[in-house]
Design a protein around this ligand. Structure first.
Ligand code: ZN
Length: 329
C-alpha cells in the first residue's frame, strides 16, 4: 500500500494508506514524489482557517517528482507539477486567464493532494526540470515562486519603488522577483524581526524593517500585500503613493475594510493576484535553474519520511522563525 497525508479536521493530520489501481492513460504519467513543501495556505487549512476547502483534505501541492511511467517523459526525469486544474472551456480559460478558471480546482485543496508517495497526473500539468544533484530541493519552491512571478507581472516594476508587506515565503519571493525585474528599490516589511533580518541577509530586498517604522519610507509606486490580514492592508495604504498600485496576494479569511475615500481622492489602484499561468510556472523554473533567485536559502527545515508528516505540520504551523518546511518522501 502507498501512503499519503490527510488533514481530517482542524489540527489533525494523519497518514492514510491508498492504492493506485490503474495504469496512467496515454495523456497521463505515473510519478513518484521526492519532496513536498508545506505552504502558508496548507497551514491555513490545517488550522481550519482556509475559506475554500471542506474536510477531510488530502493535502500537498508543492512538489518535486520523478517520472516512473510515461509515454512522453523519460523514466527518472525530474519534473515539477502545476497543481491547478482548469476546465479549458470557460470564458477565462479561453481568454488567456486559466488561473482564474470558473471551475478552478487545486490539488491539495479541492482535489486529492500531492503529499503522497505516488500519483497519476495529466501530462499537461507536468513541467520537466534539470536540477544538478545538490539543487533538487530548490525546485520545490517552483510553485510559490510562480505565485510571486504572477503578482510581480501585474504591474510594470522596472525603475519603480516597490514595497512588500509580509516577508513570509510568498512575500520574500515577490521582493526577490521585483529586484530581478528591475525595481529601483524593494523595501520589505514584517512584524517578525527574524524574517526582516533574513530578507536583508539573503539580499532579497534593498532594506527591510518593522511596519511600525513605515515613516522611514513612503510614497511607493507599487505595494504588495502578502499576509492577508487587516493590519497589513492598512500598512499597504500607508505606504502607497498617490496614483500608486496595491496588489493583494495574501489570502484573507473574509471581508476587510479599505479606505474608499482615499482610493477616490488619491487615485489608488487596488488589484488581486491569484496563483499563476503556465507561462508564470515556466518563468519560475527558469529563474531557479538560471540561479537568478536562490530559493535554496528559504528551505528552513527538511523532515525525512512520510511518517514525519504530522511533526512537519506542527512545526510549520508553530515555528515563527522559519520559511519553507519540506518533507522528503
Ligand atoms: Zn476555465
Amino acid at each position: 500500500m502507498l501512503k499519503r497525508g490527510v488533514i481530517l479536521e482542524p489540527n489533525k493530520i494523519v497518514i492514510k494508506e491508498y492504492s493506485l489501481d490503474r495504469d496512467p492513460k496515454n495523456d497521463e504519467s505515473l510519478l513518484k514524489i521526492l519532496y513536498c513543501g508545506i505552504c502558508g495556505s496548507d497551514v491555513h487549512v490545517f488550522k481550519g482557517k482556509h475559506p475554500f476547502v471542506e474536510f477531510p483534505v488530502s493535502t500537498g501541492h508543492e512538489v518535486i517528482v520523478i517520472i516512473e511511467k510515461s509515454d512522453i517523459f523519460k523514466k527518472g526525469q525530474y519534473v515539477a507539477i502545476r497543481p491547478s486544474i482548469w476546465d479549458n472551456e470557460c470564458y477565462y480559460c479561453k481568454h488567456g486567464m486559466p488561473h482564474i478558471c470558473e471551475n478552478l480546482k487545486v490539488r491539495g485543496f479541492q482535489e486529492e493532494g500531492l503529499l503522497a508517495e505516488k500519483v497519476i497526473i495529466p501530462n499537461e500539468a507536468i513541467f520537466p526540470i534539470n536540477p544538478k544533484n545538490d539543487e533538487v530541493e530548490a525546485f520545490t519552491l517552483t510553485e510559490p515562486l510562480s505565485t510571486a512571478v504572477h503578482a510581480a507581472k501585474l504591474s510594470c516594476l522596472a525603475g519603480k519603488r516597490v514595497a512588500v508587506v509580509g516577508l513570509g515565503t510568498i512575500g520574500i519571493l515577490t521582493a526577490a522577483v521585483a529586484k530581478v525585474y528591475g525595481a529601483k528599490e524593494v523595501i520589505g516589511f514584517d512584524v517578525n524581526s527574524w524574517k526582516v533580518q533574513k530578507a536583508k541577509e539573503f539580499n532579497f530586498v534593498s532594506d527591510a524593517l518593522s511596519p511600525q517604522e513605515t515613516n522611514a519610507y513612503k510614497d511607493f509606486d507599487v505595494v504588495f500585500e502578502a499576509v492577508g490580514i487587516q493590519s497589513s492592508i492598512d500598512t499597504a495604504f500607508n505606504l502607497v503613493r498617490k496614483h500608486g498600485t496595491i496588489i493583494v496576494i495574501g489570502v484573507f479569511a473574509g471581508p476587510g475594510t479599505v479606505p474608499l475615500h482615499l482610493i477616490q481622492d488619491r487615485e489608488f489602484i487596488i488589484r488581486g493576484a491569484l496563483m499563476y499561468t503556465d507561462d508564470d510556472f515556466s518563468e519560475s523554473i527558469n529563474l531557479i535553474s538560471q540561479k537568478r533567485i536562490n530559493t535554496q536559502l528559504l528551505i528552513s527545515k527538511i523532515f525525512d519520511g512520510i511518517d514525519q508528516v504530522p511533526d512537519a505540520f506542527h512545526y510549520a504551523s508553530n515555528e515563527k522563525n522559519s520559511f519553507k518546511t519540506l518533507i522528503k518522501l
